[in-house]
Design a protein around this ligand. Structure first.
Ligand code: B1M
Length: 210
């Protein structure tokens, strides 16, 4: 049986080659691709986040871990996205204005894509106006806003306000997420839902669109 903690350890060490090799081994051992991602790759990255918080790891190491995690995800992704998929809905996703964190947002985007949604990823530091343009250009049904900073959480509120001013608010479902976000905050700013992680985001979008 494949030991997923080894994969997490390689992510923590930022060891790109080891992550690739272990991911291949996990795939060959028929470990469920979602388990490889959630328990191995993201599991390791979660520990990196905790260690960064207590100054036990620093930015260059965090970035190496993120790069290693992404190398593993790239190998698993084709397995998740494989097969014929219908478009369950179009999601416009981005990290809000002022915020450059994209690891969690990209995971959410990937999980949605792998679950059959069309995902348009606008990237990071996305202004409310860019979200509006993204929805219009792609006929988006869901707007997914990510924020990792307590300061940029407020940009979620202004994005919803600009959606209202543009006459789009009633036409789209707004979901929010990111480490500092709570359901209370989602309620306060008038979002339709909050998800705590990538798997919950898929469940939420599915529920909201139904
Ligand atoms: Co920054 N950073 N960072 N950082 N960083 C945090 C967020 C912080 C908590 C670290 C700390 O001090 N303890 C702190 C925020 C404090 C606060 O506001 N309360 C912080 C800070 C302060 C900063 C800077 C201001 C530091 C500085 O320059 N002084 C600066 C800000 C830059 C900016 O954005 N303008 C900064 C910069 C950076 C880096 C560039 C170095 C790098 C980002 C690299 C990148 O993304 N390309 C970075 C990183 C890596 C982190 C930590 C260590 C890890 C974040 C991460 O990727 N986690 C983070 C500490 C931590 O979180 N413990 C920290 C892994 C990822 C899988 O989890 O992003 O939470 P997460 O995503 C999860 C869920 O939150 C959820 O699903 C994901 C998967 O499970 N989710 C959603 C996320 N978005 C969602 C959207 C949804 C639904 C769910 O629906 C739409």
């Amino acid at each position: 049986m494949f030991d997923l903690s080894l994969l997490g350890k390689a992510v923590i060490e930022g060891d790109n080659e080891e992550v690739k090799a272990l991911t291949e081994q996990a795939i060959n051992a028929n470990v469920d691709p979602l388990v490889i991602i959630n328990e191995g790759l993201i599991g390791g990255m979660n520990i990196v986040g905790q260690r960064f918080k207590v100054n036990d790891m620093f930015v260059p190491e965090v970035l190496m871990s993120a790069r290693a995690m992404n190398s593993g995800i790239e190998l698993v992704k084709p397995l998740l996205a494989g097969g014929e998929m219908t478009n369950k809905g179009t999601v416009i996703i981005g990290t809000v204005k002022g915020d450059l964190h994209d690891i969690g947002k990209s995971l959410v985007a990937m999980m949605l894509e792998c679950s059959g949604f069309k995902v348009v990823d606008l990237g990071t530091d996305v202004s409310p106006e860019e979200f509006v343009a993204g929805i219009k250009d792609n006929n988006g049904q869901v707007v997914a806003l990510s924020a990792l900073l307590t300061t940029t959480m407020l940009a979620m509120k202004s994005t919803i306000e600009v959606l209202q001013e543009s006459g789009l608010r009633e036409k789209v479902v707004v979901m929010i997420g990111g480490a500092p976000i709570t359901q209370d905050f989602a309620d306060q700013i008038g979002a339709d839902g909050y998800a705590g992680d990538a798997a919950a985001a898929v469940e939420l979008v599915t529920k909201l669109l139904n």
